[in-house]
Design a protein around this ligand. Sequence first.
Ligand SMILES: [Zn+2]
Length: 419
Amino acid sequence: MDLGFTIIILSLFLISMEQACFVYGWNLSDPSLAQIAHDLYHSSDDLLKEVKDLVGRHQDTLQMEILQAGNRGYNAEILVITYGHASKAIDNKTDFRILLSFGQHGRELITSEVALRLLSILSGERAMPGWDSASSNNALVNLIIKVVPMENMNGRKIVEAGDACDRKNGRGVDLNRNWSVDWGKKEKDFDPYEEFPGTSPFSEPEVQIMRKISRSFNPHVWVNVHSGMEGLFMPYDHRNTTPSGVNSNAMKSILEDLNHHYFQDRCIIGSGGASVGYLAHGTAIDYIYEVLKVPLTFTFEIYGDIEASAKECFKMFNPIDITNFNKVLDEWCLAFLSIFQSAPKQLEMALNKVGSGNLDSSLDEIFRGKMHSTRFEGLDFGMQELRTYFRLFMLSSVLLLFMFCSRISKSKCKSTIAI
Ligand SMILES: [Zn+2]
């Protein structure tokens, strides 16, 4: 067996040992980590049942579908709720479209609770204190809102089984590192337990489903909801800058308004890459913005306890008392209702600036809904995706070259000794 091949086999063995140790040993065996506040939080089954029951009671405004996908014996399904007024003809191409995703990371239970609360407000079953529902209803008539209450059900089950620190899906892949923009790039502080990106871009069924929804629905606004800190982020995650252009200004304006009116200016604002403290590669927001060209794309971090110890994962990502639990739900539901009202206006203002010849004419096309699924389904590859695949190609070429050279040097060595 030559040296190159031995090194590869040894590395793969060490990586797999590392994965197995963290995923199946240390975390699951430590009972101090299993501290879900069951008095406050729904189980995943109960939460999804409540959502389905809500849809059953409000079929005039809510619809649901279950999307499934599988890969190499691993299967996932995602419940998607669509809010829209049946009293008027819903036009997927001209209505203003918003896509909200919750629960991408298993341990961030509070996010799915916000989804349930928000849906109950949209259905009209629950009033929102401090919100003018009459003016809100006028704004809602022109919207279609898709809500994914629990993107990572398999990962959530692992958390409920006792590993409160787990953020990945049911087979150890971080769903917010499995998208194609800058996929697989690793920073110096890369932690495979936290951020394992999968074997290739879009290897994970959950990510395939979310890509499919995002493409076919083609939203104007997309929000990925997380917890672990309080932050209002826009692209990029893989660079420490924000994009240029009028829609970037619209995003900043929306975030500043939210922070000021609903969070007393305490949230961190900016690009994820510049604000979180590390660059992240292969994330959903960068794909949704860069490849799908959704003009208003956000990641919200809705809660974090920075004083919790490293082992107190539940406490670190989720409020554990009723006061803070309700505060988070109320504040963030108000923030979403505010976005439902303000986002169409903000984007229209941005569009007017484009119309006056300022920047990015593609925004006009996006806003009017002309850039729809047919264009993306047929031509999937953006420049970022091409770069990712080119990088993978170069990496495998170097590896093959290395193995080839080590073979040649070995054979030369033998002939020298023979002579
Ligand atoms: Zn997260």
